[in-house]
Design a protein around this ligand. Structure first.
Ligand code: NAD
Length: 330
């Protein structure tokens, strides 16, 4: 049994070696994305795992090629499978699997951390201290237990975020068309997005990206928010209309934002642009704003999440290669 993993980062190697030792299975790695021109590297292996930013490509013959080489599956060690032509893979007889929930806590804790930074004015203090200005005037904080956190999208990650915020003493409200009875001890559902925007001191986004959530926060939404409220987005960039957010921040319609994900991020995130002039005018403006914090889509990037992505994906490959099934089949 030999498994090949594409696009492996150095920080994944420890978990990969650990899994390979435990299962006595050969796992080889490379740092390349899987595309038709790199597919030949997989020949001779029994299992295949990918994780990449760009789509495999339009040519469906690559999936048939994998099947002809004896592969039974194609696994992404991420939640998203938009890089894979799932229909073409299935037509070729491949089982496609993903890792839908590697650690909801990883992203939920990121949202809590950024919320605390916002309400404690820590970014603003960092900027003052960086200029040797040690004054505190004007930056009185608010305690989380005095605030209402509004979670839009209380699914796996939003549900954990609700528990964490509740544990810190916040009042938690949520808008989600799907209600989970097990969350009602920590949150109160509201009927509309508008209700939530009017009440929340922190609007925390955890929706999946779909036609109803694309552009969920636009100019009209920001007008409904309290002027001293914050927005935290660790979901997907297009959930916020960035141009409208920039305009709303300039108009003082909200107090600040923490963005772990933003429209157009693929051209910047996880790359070093230290010597470049930023080409995206909206992201460039957000970067200049002292009340905006940008992180490069790292909510998922924790010790436990990375280990789970490796372990769950390899477990699935092994199960399918040995004739079994995976509960993560797309
Ligand atoms: P999930 O499917 O468990 O939960 C999403 C919830 O959003 C569901 O309960 C759904 O009913 C709700 N929802 C969908 N559309 C809505 C709308 N228009 N209004 C209100 N609610 C709506 O998903 P999850 O696993 O909790 O992931 C949530 C988000 O986190 C996804 O967008 C995912 O891409 C993102 N994510 C980010 C990172 C990161 O590193 N920042 C990592 C993993 C996942």
């Amino acid at each position: 049994m030999k498994i090949l993993m594409y696009s492996v980062r150095p920080d994944e190697q420890a978990a990969i070696h650990d899994w390979a030792d435990r299962h006595q299975v050969q796992v080889d790695t490379n740092d390349l994305e899987f595309h038709p021109d790199t597919a030949h590297l997989a020949q001779g292996y029994d299992g295949l795992i990918i994780q990449q930013r760009s789509a495999i490509g339009d040519d469906p013959s690559v999936y048939q090629q994998l099947a002809d080489w004896g592969f039974k599956q194609l696994t992404s060690r991420t939640a998203g499978v938009d890089t894979i032509d799932v229909a073409a893979a299935k037509t070729a007889g491949l089982t496609v699997t993903n890792v839908p929930a590697y650690s909801p806590n990883s992203v939920a804790e990121m949202a809590v951390a950024q919320t605390m930074r916002l309400i404690r004015n820590l970014e603003l203090f960092d900027r003052r201290i960086g200029q040797q200005n040690f004054q505190w005037a004007g930056l009185q904080a608010r305690e989380i237990r005095s605030l209402t956190v509004g979670i839009i999208g209380a699914g796996r990650i939003g549900g954990v975020a609700a528990r964490l915020f509740h544990g810190l003493g916040a009042k938690v409200i949520a808008f989600d068309p799907v209600h989970h009875a097990e969350l009602t001890d920590v949150l109160t559902y509201v009927d509309t997005k508008e209700d939530l925007l009017k009440q929340a001191d922190v609007v925390d986004l955890h929706v999946d990206l779909n036609p109803t959530s694309q552009g969920l926060l636009d100019a009209a939404a920001f007008k409904l928010m309290k002027n001293d409220a914050f927005v935290v987005n660790a979901s997907r960039g297009p959930v916020i209309v960035t141009a409208d957010l920039v305009a709303a921040l300039k108009a003082g319609e909200l107090a600040g934002a923490a963005l772990d994900t933003v429209e157009g991020e693929a051209a910047l995130f996880n790359q070093n642009h230290a010597d470049d002039v930023l080409q995206d005018p909206l992201i460039a403006q957000l970067m200049q704003m002292p009340n905006v914090m940008i992180t490069p889509h790292v909510g998922f990037y924790t010790n436990l999440a990375v280990k789970n992505m490796v372990d769950i994906s390899l477990d699935d490959v092994l199960a399918i290669a040995q004739g079994g099934t995976s509960k993560h089949t797309i």
